[in-house]
Ligand binder design. Structure first.
Ligand code: AMP
Ligand code: ZN
Length: 468
């Protein structure tokens, strides 16, 4: 499996730190509002990466944080006259609802920065002891010039960066030793959330949070660290400096970054008024369509959001759902039970679809080509599964379609809603069938209900049911 590593700027073969395991950290959102569709891109992309590793049999430890202490959260709290905790708790809950709508698996752990302050104090102390950090008037800075590899991820020319920022140092407004030094700990201002520390009552800088949460939940050396491309510099560059200086080990083997999502060919921004939240999109579309839209492009290509492209995604997804629906129907209603000889011959051709799907995914997660392989399977199913054929064949094709679409996080099996009255009526019919010793019909009803998520319990007081 090959993936593009921002560090080496090329596609590399994936070799895990520990055999059979993937340790993966994805920088999560700052929770001061509903997430926007730009934030949804890394969530969908890296959830799909995770699903593919799981499909290949890896045990994936997937960690994604919520940044729940930040200037923007404090600002919003002050505007509303509530605590910062209330704001972050509210938007974490809303974010989780959106994630569920997009069928994003919950992370193995979703750490919160505010719950990990002790680890941050420890790492900052270590950095000071090792000469990688210094304190000035209650603020602790990272001493970048002591970290020899600073800049290795972003491939930036540090001298240019330094001279660009030198004016502040010259004017004496800045207490930093070097313009590239960054904050690890800062003293609180009036009304801000704060924690005690040896340097001041204050709060951590953003970068140290991720270094600490990644270390705590995944260890000092991880396989993949990921996020949007805007995080390469300074966030990830600074995380590398902190983690490698403190731990004395290489931090992450692979660095993956998704390109940005634009709207109608413009950068999404509040001032342009083209800002869209996932919640707004969910009022117009099933969020699976948003997911399908995001995966229809390669994650390292910029993606443009527009009404036309969403309509195209809706149609594309519908083709897959219709094929799945048809196969589902034939699985219960085709004429024959067992595969006919002709179908066996057809079925022998189907490994090519999974193979094409895997080839695409193994080439740096080319989801666009993987979707093309799914469409080929859909076309094949539409032309070869038929009412005159067998249930077994339709079932097998359905199973293959579900296996592949599940890696993309697309749910093709429609959840059928069933009313309580209908459940009761079917149970009564099943009881009558049993009385008449028509066990085949009784079993059929049980299966039908099970397919709709209804479990029957035969008790002494009669048949009870519950939703699975
Ligand atoms: P933030 O809450 O700004 O820290 O962003 C959370 C995640 O969303 C980060 O991985 C960002 O890189 C990513 N992100 C923010 N805006 C966009 C965008 N327009 N397109 C793609 N990714 C984005
Ligand atoms: Zn981060």
């Amino acid at each position: 499996m090959k993936l593009y590593n921002t560090m080496s700027k090329r596609k590399e073969e994936f070799v895990p730190v520990e055999e059979g395991k993937v340790k993966m950290y994805v920088c999560g959102p700052t929770v001061y509002n509903f997430i926007h569709i730009g934030n949804a891109r890394p969530m969908i992309v890296f959830d799909t990466v995770r699903r593919y590793f799981e499909y290949k049999g890896y045990d994936v430890n997937f960690v994604s944080n919520f940044t729940d202490v930040d200037d923007k959260i404090i600002k919003k709290a002050n505007e509303e006259g509530v605590s910062a905790d209330e704001i972050s708790a509210r938007y974490i809950a809303e974010c989780k609802k959106d994630m569920e709508g997009m069928n994003i698996k919950p992370a193995t752990t979703h750490p919160l920065a505010t719950q990990e302050i002790d680890g941050m104090l420890t790492m900052i102390s270590t950095l000071i002891e090792k000469g990688y950090a210094y304190e000035k008037n209650g603020t602790v800075y990272f001493r970048t010039r002591n970290f020899k590899d600073y800049g290795k991820l972003s491939h930036k020319n540090l001298d240019d960066l330094r001279s660009g920022n030198r004016s502040l140092l010259v004017s004496g407004e800045n207490e930093k030793e070097d313009p590239l030094d960054f904050v690890l700990w800062k003293p609180k201002k009036e009304g801000e959330p704060a924690w005690g520390s040896p340097w001041s009552e204050g709060r951590p800088g953003w970068h140290i949070e991720c270094s600490v949460m990644s270390k705590k939940y995944l260890g000092e050396q991880i396989d993949i660290h990921a996020g949007g491309e805007d995080l390469i510099f300074p966030h990830h560059e600074n995380e590398i400096a902190q983690s490698e200086a403190a731990n004395g080990k290489d931090f992450s083997k692979y660095w993956m970054h998704n390109a940005f999502l634009n709207i109608d060919n413009h950068k999404m921004s509040k001032s342009l008024g083209n800002f869209r939240t996932v919640r707004e999109i969910s009022e117009q579309y099933d969020l699976q369509i948003l997911r399908f839209f995001m995966l229809s492009a390669h994650y390292r290509s910029p993606l443009n959001f527009s009404a036309e492209l969403m309509e195209a995604s809706k149609n594309g997804l519908e083709r897959i759902l219709n094929a799945a629906d048809n196969l589902k129907y034939l699985s219960g209603n085709a004429k024959e039970e067992k595969m006919t000889d002709g179908e066996k011959e057809q079925f022998a051709k189907t490994p090519q679809f999974a193979a094409a799907f895997e080839t695409a995914m193994e080439d740096d997660f080319n989801t666009a080509d993987a979707i093309a392989a799914v469409f080929d399977l859909v076309k094949f199913a539409n032309t070869t599964a038929e009412a005159e054929g067998s249930k077994e064949y339709a079932k097998a094709l359905f199973g293959l379609l579900v296996k592949l679409t599940d890696v993309l996080g697309l749910i093709v099996e429609k959840k059928e809603e069933i009313l309580d009255e209908e459940i009761e009526a079917l149970i009564a019919e099943r009881q009558a069938a049993r009385k008449e010793k028509n066990f085949a019909r009784a079993d059929e009803i049980r299966d039908e209900l099970a397919a709709k998520g209804i479990v029957l319990l035969d008790t002494r007081e009669g048949v009870k049911w519950k939703k699975a």
